[in-house]
Design a protein around this ligand. Structure first.
Ligand code: PLP
Length: 323
């Protein structure tokens, strides 16, 4: 009899609080990821893990964090909310890691370094030896965000996690596993770091419904859909290259393509008019003229290509620099 937690005693499947340590879900994830349960944190999306990492390792108004740019926007949002200075270091022109500049950006108050690999929005995964050099030389926590790693042929950092106590790897069930609506993010790190995350998080951060559905869906080591999306990515890359208004398609290790076009704003508006929403990255550093296109179902991708084949660029007035 559970008469301790002031829950409703009437069983409807949801009347009890969830397991605050998510033991069952972790025991399912452990063999899939090749990582012991004590090295796994489960959060309300990986965004929760990002915020917790700031709260645990940074001192507001004093610490700073470093991140590659362009990259996922939540690192900076979490830094701002936690009153932590964010130092953004531009990738090299070819989107490779600026190792020396990242290390030079650090000082005695640098606590965190964020590397997103495969990177959003550039799509490329970085060489493991480059990331490793940063893990070895940076005097703080290195967070490697592998939200898109299941779409990459490159190895992630999990196989060497236990060798590096300052390494935190983020993954998520939102992408390859198709559970964005459930909010289930993962962090992998030393038992010490996972212990801090568990103590700082809200006790019941993963609800009963999310746990139950995730447990049901985590039956295959790599979801079948990943294979389909990787094939579609290849097809889309080849077909998009035929359009004269598409100037460059950047190689992708993720479930999206970054595409440089003649006039990103014009094409973006055209696609919206045709009820197709992509992400306009024109204003993002190193991504001038670029759209980020998520790989859809085979039918959606075909519809995108058909729609693009009717695109007639409009002659736009150049932006007035005085307004
Ligand atoms: C690089 C990266 N990390 C993390 C996330 C967020 O993942 P989650 O849905 O687990 O919060 C995203 C979402 O787009 C992302 O692009």
């Amino acid at each position: 009899m559970f008469l301790d937690a002031n829950e409703s005693p009437f069983n409807n499947g949801y009347n009890r609080y969830p397991d605050p340590r998510q033991k069952r879900l972790k025991s399912l994830l452990s063999p899939i990821k090749g990582v012991a349960s004590e090295n796994i944190f489960i959060g309300n999306g990986s965004d929760e893990a990002i915020d917790l990492i700031f709260r645990i390792f940074c001192e507001p108004g004093r610490s700073n964090a470093i991140a590659i740019a362009p990259s996922y926007g939540m690192y900076e949002v979490a830094a701002d909310i936690n009153d932590v200075e964010m130092r953004k270091v531009l990738l090299n022109e070819d989107f490779s890691l600026p190792i020396e500049r990242l290390l030079e950006a650090a000082d005695a108050n640098s606590r965190l370094l964020f590397i997103c690999s495969p990177n959003n929005p550039t799509g490329n995964a970085f060489a493991q030896e480059d990331i490793l050099r940063l893990v070895k030389e940076f005097q703080g926590i290195v967070v490697v965000d592998e939200a898109y790693i299941d779409f990459s042929e490159k190895p992630g950092m999990l196989p060497i996690l236990s060798e590096y106590p300052n390494l935190v790897v983020l993954q998520t069930l939102s992408k390859a596993w198709g559970m964005a609506g459930l909010r289930c993010g993962l962090a992998f790190a030393s038992p010490d770091i996972i212990g801090y995350m568990n103590r700082v998080k809200y006790p019941y951060n993963i609800n009963v419904a999310t746990s139950a559905i995730a447990e049901r869906l985590l039956t295959e080591p790599v979801p079948e859909h990943v294979k389909v999306l990787k094939e579609e990515r290849k097809k889309l890359e080849k077909e998009l290259a035929r359009f004269p208004f598409i100037k460059k398609i950047f190689p992708s290790d993720a479930n999206f393509l970054l595409v440089k076009v003649d006039d990103a704003n014009d094409l973006y508006d055209y696609l919206i008019d045709n009820k197709i929403i992509v992400r306009n990255r024109d204003k993002v550093a190193l991504c001038k003229g670029c759209l980020r296109i998520t790989v859809g179902t085979p039918e959606e991708n075909q519809h995108l290509l058909t729609t693009l084949s009717s695109y007639q660029p409009t002659t736009r007035q150049p932006d007035n620099p005085t307004t």
